[in-house]
Ligand binder design. Structure first.
Ligand SMILES: [Zn+2]
Ligand SMILES: [Zn+2]
Length: 144
């Protein structure tokens, strides 16, 4: 049997654990990589794990590869997060959050009270004054 052929999960199944069929999340069902390269959620890995003394073995349900980890450490401490899935979950959760925030008004736009008449009549004067200040400041900079 060829173990390298086992990375064949379709793109649609990527975001859910093939054992429990639940979608991965950043909190409870984090996607973790076994040493064979297959990814499962932490609750399923916990169920698959066999602890024997200080060794925890997890037999991959897809390819039967046995992953050994230290039983003294938790699964999240010993197994890598599948970053690809993690990032896709992040995008999904961010999109969800963005739509939730729709009704929140944009901050910062109304911070300055608008005085259009003042600005219009003094715009050129202000601009040249500002430019003078700015260039003067810049010229002073290297001296300090
Ligand atoms: Zn699962
Ligand atoms: Zn596997």
């Amino acid at each position: 049997m060829d173990n390298t052929k086992c990375l064949d999960a379709g793109p649609n199944e990527d975001l859910e654990c093939v054992v429990c069929c639940y979608e991965y999340s950043h909190t409870h069902r984090t996607p973790r990589l076994l040493h064979c390269g297959h990814t499962f959620c932490v609750p399923c890995l916990d169920k698959l794990a066999n602890v024997d003394g200080v060794i925890r073995t997890i037999s991959c349900p897809l390819c039967r590869w046995i992953t050994c980890t230290a039983a003294t450490q938790t699964l999240p401490q010993t197994l890598w997060v599948n970053a690809e899935i993690w990032n896709q979950v992040a995008e999904k959760e961010q999109r969800k959050r963005r739509t939730d925030r729709k009704e929140v008004p944009l901050g910062g736009l109304n911070k300055k009270p608008m005085r259009p008449t003042f600005l219009d009549s003094n715009h050129a004067v202000l601009k040249s004054a500002f430019l003078k200040m700015f260039t003067a400041h810049q010229q002073r900079l290297p001296a300090s």
